[in-house]
Design a protein around this ligand. Structure first.
Ligand SMILES: Nc1nc2c(ncn2[C@@H]2O[C@H](COP(=O)(O)OP(=O)(O)OP(=O)(O)O)[C@@H](O)[C@H]2O)c(=O)[nH]1
Ligand SMILES: [Mg+2]
Length: 435
């Protein structure tokens, strides 16, 4: 069974900061929580901590009203409320209003006074918090300086050892349903060298400057998964690839992210030379069999009259790839062509997930043979084809002389399939078998 603990309080009292420390999760929740976020935080005890949006009693603000409704739901269905206060501002009118709201819906309250950065006991008596002391358990902490955190954890464990009463499962169902919807979304991971503009692109997609960006290399030190409401997708901002360093080391750090991706968006800076190492990197990524799309960023830096030639020059660099992978020129900073990039990513994802009928594939085989006849002196002897796998599409082609089919002919068949099925971003697999 699950126990739920909700962090409740005004905005900016440090709920999310405390949430991150208690759950040991370095997640990027932005600077304002608007939804309920949860995480199991005392392992084996199934105690689940919920971070809520800050309560403000602004009746004219739609978002504040939504936050308030969600928070009340969380208060009603939790086993325990951690009422978070700000030591620096003292106990204010809004705190008193929030306390009344909590009391109306739940009697199990522990008060947490955060930002108690200075360990001077006497000082807190000067504030109004001592009034709470007679009625509630009150703990002084500093999330930033990690003061009082262990004490708080001990109090919580004791609390749950003494109060084994279980309440209803509404919160559990809420999170499970939420997760079900969330898991269905396309997950686009943004990979690329440091400074190529991955975090800037993520911010553009999110329409929010949540992630830190800077000229300094290796600004991003964590892979962060975020939700874009605008495009209804998940995106993952990642740590930069150091092309000069060991590629295997990088893949070790990023493998989990890659395997969780539906699309890999590989970003390049228009000003950095495309080297053989970059091409090798693309080849290594292709092996994961996850669709890839290439973005060439900072296109705004190219003067208008040079844009056409620059495009031509770069496409030439990707000569062997450009027919098989979308290459999109964008500006993350000025939000140019971003929606097209997302549109092509979604298209690639849909084609990757298409389950073709064997009948249709065999119709294509017939056209392949027809087309081949026109340009060649001999006939391709293919009997029929069978689909054995999707994601990526894998086809067995049966032929009387499978072993002697020339590589060029195999390439012709492959290209014909890729073009007719409108496939870009991943490679279908063809297996030639003796009939
Ligand atoms: N002119 C221009 N500058 C950009 C663009 N995108 C990013 N930048 C700048 O490039 C620099 C690096 O951007 P980041 O988004 O931090 O790059 P990153 O790939 O996340 O870098 P790491 O986190 O270090 O791997 C910043 O100074 C950005 O302002 C763009 O489209 N145009
Ligand atoms: Mg970054």
């Amino acid at each position: 069974m699950n126990y739920f603990v909700s962090l409740i309080g005004k905005p900016k009292v440090g709920k999310t900061c405390l949430f991150k420390i208690l759950t040991n999760k370095d997640i990027n929740l932005g600077d304002k929580s608007t939804d309920l976020n949860y995480c199991e935080f005392i392992e084996n005890n199934k105690i689940i901590l919920i971070d809520t949006g800050g309560i403000s009693f602004n009746k004219n603000n739609e978002i504040d009203k939504l936050i308030l409704n969600k928070t009340i739901f969380s208060i009603k269905n939790s086993n325990l409320i951690l009422f978070v206060l700000d030591y620096k501002t003292g106990f204010l009118k809004d705190d008193s209003k929030i306390l009344s709201l909590i009391k109306k819906n739940n009697n199990n309250i522990i008060c947490i006074v955060n930002k108690f950065d200075n360990l001077n006991y006497q000082m807190y008596c000067d504030k109004d918090f001592y009034l709470l002391k007679n009625k509630y358990n009150i703990i002084f902490i500093s999330s930033i300086n990690k003061i009082g955190i262990n004490f708080l954890l001990k109090i919580l464990i004791n609390y749950f050892n003494e109060n084994k009463k279980i309440i209803n499962n509404d919160l559990y169902n809420f999170f499970i349903n939420k997760e079900k919807v969330y898991n269905k979304l396309i997950n686009i991971s943004i990979l690329g060298r440091s400074n190529s503009g991955k975090s800037t692109l993520s911010n553009s997609i999110l329409k929010n400057d949540i992630l830190i960006t800077s000229k300094i290399p290796n600004t991003t030190t964590n892979n962060t998964e975020l939700y874009s409401k605008l495009y209804n997708i998940k995106i993952t901002d990642t740590i930069g690839i150091d092309i000069k360093k060991d590629k295997n080391l990088f893949f070790k750090k990023i493998k989990k992210v890659i395997l969780k991706s539906n699309i890999i968006l590989l970003l390049f800076d228009i000003n950095s030379e495309i080297s053989n190492k970059d091409i090798n990197l693309i080849n290594s990524l292709v092996k994961f069999n996850i669709p890839i799309i290439i973005g060439i960023n900072k296109f705004d830096l190219v003067k208008k009259y040079e844009k056409k030639n620059t495009k031509k020059y770069l496409l030439n660099k990707f000569n062997n790839i450009k027919n098989y992978i979308y290459i999109v020129f964008i500006s993350s900073l000025y939000k140019e062509n971003i929606s097209n990039l997302i549109k092509l990513s979604k298209k690639t994802f849909n084609i990757y997930n298409t389950e073709y009928k064997t009948k249709y594939i065999n119709k294509l085989i017939k056209s392949i043979i027809e087309h081949y006849k026109i340009n060649n002196s001999y006939i391709l002897k293919i009997k029929y084809a069978n689909i054995i796998k999707y994601k990526p599409l894998t086809i067995i082609i049966y032929s009387k002389n499978a072993k002697s089919i020339k590589n060029n002919d195999k390439k012709f068949i492959f290209n014909f399939f890729m073009k007719s099925l409108n496939i870009k971003g991943f490679f279908i697999k063809l297996i030639f078998k003796e009939y």
